[in-house]
Structures are given as C-alpha cells and as structure tokens.
Design a protein around this ligand. Structure first.
Ligand code: HEM
Length: 522
C-alpha cells in the first residue's frame, strides 16, 4: 500500500545518517524562521491599551487598524462622530506599521491638548515619519523638525514674522487679489465657469512666494504655471502618497519605483530654482539692497548676527514657508466661499461691513477703489467672524498628531505608552457639541461676535502652545482681505450644488474643485 504514495524526501535518502542530517537541517531552518517571525511580530505588535479606553472593536494583532483603513477616506468625519459619541479620549492599539506606532489615542479635551502641546511639550515629538516622507521638500525645516534645529529656526523665524512682514504681505495679497479679480471679470464676460478653488491655490502660491522669497511667478493670469510651481505641486502629491506606503523608506533608498525616480527628478528642479533665488538674494545683500521678503530677512539676520546659514538651510526655510502657508490658506478660502454660497444672508452682512470700512466700489470698473490697507482689514469684525466660523467647521489641517517620547499620563488619567501616536483633531473639535453647543455643525458667524475667542487648545486650527502656527496673523489678513475685496465685486453661483464632500490628505479640499459661475455685483 505504501508504495502507492509518491516517495517522500526521506524515502529518497540512502541511509539513516542522511535522514538525521536532513532532520537536523530542517530543524535549524524551522528554528530560524520561527525566530525571524517572532522578531518581526515583536517589532510590529501593538502596545497594550487599557480596556477602559473606549473605541472601535479591537482585532487580535491589528487592533483598530482595520477600522482606520476602512474609514480612511472620511477620517475627519469619522473622528468627529466617534469623538461626539465618547466625549473623552478614545482610540486603541494598532500594529507598529507604516504611520502607526503601536497605539493611537484621539484627544478632544482642551486640558489634554494643552498637556501635550504646552505643559509637557518636551515629551511629544513631531515623529520621524512625516519628516522622512517629506524630506525632499521640507528638509530639516521648521515644520517637520524637532529639538535644537527646530528651536533655532523657530527663534529666528518668530522675529521675522513681525508687523512689518504682515504689512508687506497685506500689500502683496491686495496686488494678487486684483490679478485674480481680473480673471474673474473676464469670466463674467465670457460666461465661462471657473474653478475658484484652483484660483485660490494659485493666489496663495503667488502670495507665499513673493512674501517668502521675493519671486513673482505670475501664475494667476497665465494658463500655464511656472516649472517651479508645477514641480512643487507634483512632488507634494508624490510625497503624500508615501505616507500610505509602509515600504517607502526601502523604495526610496534603492530608488525602486517610478514614484521615487520622479521625486528625485522634481527635487532637482526645486533645488536648482531655490539655489538661483538664494544666490540672487545673497548678491542683493552684498549691495546693501535687501528686500522685505522672509528669505532676505534670514540672510540679513545671518550677516548681522554672524550666524552663517548655508544655502541648504535657506532652501529649507523657503520650502517650509510654502508648505505651511500655501495649501492651508487656499483651503480656508475655498471653504469660506463655499459657506458664503450657501448663506446669502451672511453675504449681505459681509457686503455691508466691507462697504462701511473699505468704502463702496463702483460696479464693473472699481479695481482700485476701496481701502484694503492692513489697518482697514484689521477693523473687519464681522468678516473676521465669518472666516473663523469657516475655519471652525472646515479646519484646513483636520487631524494633527504628536508621538510620545516617554510613557506619560494625560490629565484625564489615560496612560500613553512611549512611542504612541496622540492625535488631536481640529476638525472634530470644531464640530464638538460639548465645546460649541447643540448647533455646533451649523454655520453661524455670530457665535464669534462679541465673545472671547476660544483658546488655541479648544480651537487648535492653527495648532497651539509652543508650535502655534507662525503664519496665523498673515493667514487671517489674507482671508479677510480676499473675502472683502471679492464679495464687493462679484456674485458667485455654485451651479453644481456642491454638497461639501471633501478630499483630504493633510489638508481638506472641496472634492472635485469648486466650479462657480461669476457675475459682477450690481
Ligand atoms: C488658514 C491658514 C493656516 C492654517 C490653518 C495653518 C495651520 C497650521 C498648523 C495646524 C500648524 C502645526 C503643524 C504641526 O506642527 O503639526 C502650523 C504650523 C506652521 N505654520 Fe501654519 N497654518 C496656516 C497658514 C500659515 C501661513 C500663511 C504660514 C506662513 C506663511 C504658516 C506657517 C507655519 C509655520 C512656519 C509653522 C510651523 C511652526 C512650528 O512648528 O514651530 N502657516 N500651521
């Protein structure tokens, strides 16, 4: 009977000695495999998270990762719904894989957020992952860095974001909004639909480039964009896609995929443009004619404080400025105009305040009418409330996080193990009924009128504590100026009835853009 079965490897051995050496060999292989699997498991296995922490059901090994992946496309809203349900720190274990770091906690109480962003700031880092994924763009710049390098840049940059830079940015914004207005005016005569979201991304690219390093790429009126702007957009998309790829470090190291090859090509374009700009600013510095842009201010600081800054460091300054200021402000503008398109009564109030403070504008030909000086924009209280309300409901950075350097206990008693990811969601906090009341999801600018502004820990749209966004005053000025100027001149009709769906990566944008029909305001 036995002969009917195919011979096994042992049947093929000539002697018992062969058999025992084969068994020995297989035992070694099996032991090695088990040791490797055990090592890998030990490295990837989730941290234990106390059962008292609420959250979605936990699967063995994967913890709540399946839940995160299943809801990833709609993560800001999912976080909002679960935060509303639990009204306390929630989360669970996740494998140590990709962006995940063993455990993920989501904080929605201001005391906990103040703890991680201010009181126990030293214990929470930006984490290596974002820095690594964005290295070709952000380098060792302010946004992704931690520790001594961050502190040095932060100290210098804080001096630079002065009221004189703000005034300069206000002038630049006005010039660029006038160019955008010309494009819209043209659309009123051709009757063509325009994607206002795309125009806002162009606008903020232009403003940040001029204020950041004194270059006007002229990309609002031109159909085609400058190679630097195109490369910046493309590389940003590719670097973002690394965040969902647990093997990106390996692929980058060996330059394995089309994405990694393209990133290298784009980095060359960006770096050579940045180098040109930096060298030109250095030459201007030698002639004693430095401009008002941020890059010139850094060069001046380095020269006057005898604190040399190599080109690479200045390159990172430029890129981080663009990274921090461009998409965030464009997102905020797009959502503000989205909310205005749904709330004509708010548009009436905006118009009334803008006419009162900036002066009325002659219909059709009022490009240079009105006072949009920094001082005038500072007086727009209602428009400020509109912009804040839009930021509350549509936080441009909907989810943010830090990583615990050592074990810690949050003020609400949650134990946070070393390495765990601690998320704080500006989007969900902006819609939280505990903070904002039962009408939290409604757009009501009046809630920002005649009341104390919420603390940054309650409203972490611009982050909070030691890493509060340096561009907040500049962003608010740009938003208010653009709203006042455009609402006074144009009516926007959302022909497709956008339903507020978003695309989100780090930033939320209106899904599919925001195509509108533009008419001159009568
Ligand atoms: C509506 C517009 C904006 C929003 C919502 C926003 C939001 C934020 C957030 C959430 C962070 C913290 C990121 C983190 O550490 O996890 C941040 C940091 C930063 N932002 Fe903004 N930002 C805006 C506009 C700007 C502008 C216009 C600039 C400059 C031109 C800017 C420059 C920066 C810089 C340099 C940092 C890093 C600060 C640090 O880590 O010390 N931001 N911003």
């Amino acid at each position: 009977m036995l002969a009917m079965f195919p011979p096994t490897i042992i049947d093929l051995m000539d002697s018992p000695a062969d058999v025992s050496s084969m068994v020995f060999f297989l035992t070694i292989v099996a032991t090695l495999v088990i040791a490797v699997v055990f090592q890998v498991y030990n490295r990837l296995k989730p941290y234990p998270v106390d059962k008292s922490i609420p959250g979605p059901p936990r699967a063995p090994f994967w913890g709540i990762l399946n839940f995160i992946m299943a809801n990833f496309e709609d993560w800001p809203n999912t976080v909002h719904q679960y935060s509303e349900k639990y009204q306390r720190t929630w989360g669970g274990p996740v494998p140590y894989l990709g962006t995940m770091r063993g455990a993920y906690f989501i904080l929605t109480h201001e005391e906990n957020i103040e703890h991680i962003l201010s009181k126990n700031f030293e214990n929470y880092s930006q984490g290596v992952l974002f820095k690594e994924a964005f290295f070709e763009l952000g380098g060792n710049g302010l946004i992704a860095d931690d520790g001594a390098t961050w502190l040095r840049h932060r100290k210098i940059a804080s001096r630079m974001f002065s009221s004189s830079l703000l005034r300069e940015s206000s002038k630049v914004t006005l010039k660029k909004v006038q160019e955008l207005s010309a494009v819209l005016k043209n659309a009123t005569t051709t009757g063509k639909e325009v994607d206002i979201q795309d125009l806002f991304f162009r606008l903020t690219f232009e403003v940040t480039s001029i204020v950041g390093f004194g270059v006007d790429y002229g990309g609002i009126q031109n159909e085609s964009q400058h190679p630097f702007a195109l490369a910046f957009d493309e590389i940003q998309g590719l670097l973002l896609s690394r965040m969902r790829d647990p093997l990106f470090q390996l692929k980058r190291y060996f330059n394995l995929t089309a994405r990694e090859k393209r990133i290298r090509e784009l980095k060359v374009v960006l770096d050579s443009n940045a180098k040109e700009v930096i060298q030109s600013r250095r030459r201007t510095a030698q002639d004693g004619k430095l401009g008002p842009d941020l890059l010139s201010r850094f060069i001046d600081y380095a020269n006057t404080h005898n604190d040399p800054m190599p080109d690479e460091e200045l390159r990172d300054v430029i890129m981080n400025f663009l990274l921090g200021g461009r998409d965030t402000t464009a997102s905020a503008l797009s959502w503000t105009f989205y909310e205005l398109s749904k709330h004509p009564e708010v548009v009436e109030n905006v118009l009334e305040e803008a006419n009162q403070i900036c002066g009325t504008v002659s219909s059709g030909d009022g490009d240079t009418d009105g006072d949009y000086s920094y001082e005038a924009i500072g007086k727009l209280e209602y428009i400020h409330a509109v912009v804040m309300e839009s930021l509350r409901l549509h936080a441009p950075v909907p989810n943010d996080c830090k990583f615990a350097v050592n074990d810690d206990v949050l003020p609400d008693g949650t134990f946070v193990p070393k390495g765990a990811m601690v998320g704080y969601p500006p989007y969900a906090m902006g819609r939280n009924s505990r903070i904002w009341g039962s009408d939290a999801c409604e757009f009501k600018p009046s809630r920002f009128l005649n009341r104390k502004e919420p603390t940054p820990f309650q409203f972490p749209v611009f982050n909070a504590g030691r890493r509060l966004c340096l561009g907040k005053p500049m962003a608010l000025n740009t938003l208010k100026l653009t709203v006042a100027y455009l609402v006074q001149r144009f009516e926007f009709e959302d022909l497709q009835g956008h339903n507020g769906m978003y695309d989100w990566h780090f930033i939320i944008q209106l899904k599919g853009g925001f195509p509108v029909q533009v008419r001159l305001r009568q």
